[in-house]
Design a protein around this ligand. Structure first.
Ligand SMILES: *Cc1c(COP(=O)(O)O)cnc(C)c1O
Length: 400
């Protein structure tokens, strides 16, 4: 097996050495008298990542999927109507979870490669005079297709029709990498996970919940126990948890939040945009197309790249893994075999992107895909060399 430090998938992402050493510590007492001195400031600083003053942050031991479950079961009742668009594997899975929770999902199917259709959402909200829609779901970054949707636009559609529905955002592959504004955009529940922008191993669902959604939780009748907001609120207020917390991960989270705030959120977002743009230029130089159909959908955390007809992206991934020791993202579900993905989020920079591009380029040529040798690498290099960047060089410790 290849030892791969070439982890170019959109999560789990590279864990910086600083975070890894924060996690690798002796076990500790989860009821220690000095634990609140650690947890309370962490909850406070996490709010800065969500750009919220009034929101409440929750940490559940789970992957992002558990975060969806916590969001739905705490705030809604069986049979409640929710509005969601489906345009990739993750928006599909969220809809599936809602349906299995007994919610009535009004699904808007959109071509894979596009995002939330603001006009359709606006029409549906306008037409819903009786306010039957209780929540609107937005997958901010569809990781399967590399498509980013306009959350602020959905908020505007809600406000324009005076609709009181809650606004839920899946920000698992966007929060802490792409701009996300809980308060400015009036988001009621934001769901994230530890293994993407937060640069940690999988194992934490990180949520932020508005006062309006917390109020809805008081009357919501869906069953919940492990993911109950109320149990968390009670114990978190004192700096503790209702059951054994994964404290090692939470110690790591302290460091990843420090790293994000030291770099500055604005700079983190600018870095992701800058690195992503180099990848997009490489794709163009190869003569290949992104799955995202228009620039307004381009994701700064993951690029999904279409192969020409007759080539299999599964074979490309296997070859890249065994021959060059790099992991690229697979095409999922509807785009299986046709798309491969380069993840460029978290502890990531220009030089890592160039490795991903160079490795992909060699693997593409080995498979006979007609891309010119060095074309993608050169296009990205020139972008990285010449683009004006206020943030300057970011020395990241990834892949150490
Ligand atoms: C990764 C991801 C999830 C959650 O997946 P888990 O494997 O449960 O962490 C949800 N939504 C999006 C957009 C994702 O990228």
């Amino acid at each position: 097996m290849a030892t791969t430090s070439g982890l170019f998938i959109p999560g789990p992402t590279n864990v910086p050495e600083r975070v890894r050493s924060a996690i690798d510590i002796p076990m500790e007492d989860q009821r220690a008298p000095d634990l609140p001195a650690f947890t309370l400031p962490l909850f406070r600083d996490l709010k800065r990542i969500f750009q919220t003053r009034d929101g409440q942050v929750f940490l559940f031991p789970s992957s992002g999927t558990g975060g969806w479950e916590a969001a739905m079961t705490n705030t809604l009742s069986p049979g409640d109507k929710v509005l969601a668009a489906r345009f990739g594997q993750f928006s599909h899975l969220w809809v599936d979870l809602c349906q299995r929770q007994g919610l009535d999902v009004e699904v808007v199917d959109v071509d894979w490669g596009e995002g939330v259709p603001l006009d359709v959402f606006a029409e549906k909200l306008e037409a819903d005079r009786g306010h039957e829609i209780k929540a609107v779901l937005v997958c901010q970054n569809e990781t399967a297709t590399g498509v980013t949707s306009d959350v602020a636009g959905v908020r505007q559609a809600l406000d324009a029709s005076g609709h009181p529905a809650l606004l839920f955002v899946d920000g698992v592959s966007s929060i802490a990498s792409i701009d996300f504004r809980m308060d400015d955009w009036g988001v009621d529940v934001a769901v994230s996970g530890s293994q993407k922008g937060f640069m940690l191993p999988a194992g934490l669902a990180i949520l932020c919940v508005s006062p309006k959604a917390l109020a809805a939780a008081e009357t919501a009748r869906s069953h919940r126990c492990y993911f109950d907001f109320a149990d968390m609120i009670k114990t978190n207020a004192e700096g503790y948890f209702p059951y054994t917390p994964p404290l090692s991960l939470i110690r790591g989270l302290r460091v990843s939040v420090d790293m994000l705030l030291e770099e500055g959120l604005e700079n983190v977002f600018a870095r992701h945009n800058h690195v992503a743009e180099g990848v997009r230029r490489a794709v163009r130089a190869w003569g290949l197309e992104l799955c995202a159909k228009e620039p307004k959908w381009h994701s700064d955390t993951v690029s999904a790249i279409c192969l020409p007809d007759g080539y299999d992206s599964g074979e490309l991934l296997r070859h890249a893994y065994y021959r060059y020791g790099i992991s690229l993202g697979a095409g999922l579900s509807k785009v299986a075999g046709r798309v491969f993905r380069i993840g460029h989020l978290g502890d990531f920079n220009e030089i890592l992107a160039l490795s991903a591009i160079a490795g992909s380029e060699m693997a593409l040529r080995d498979l006979g895909v007609p891309v010119e040798a060095g074309s993608g690498v050169a296009a990205a290099q020139e972008h990285y060399r010449l683009a004006k960047r206020e943030a300057g060089v970011t020395r990241l410790a990834a892949a150490g």
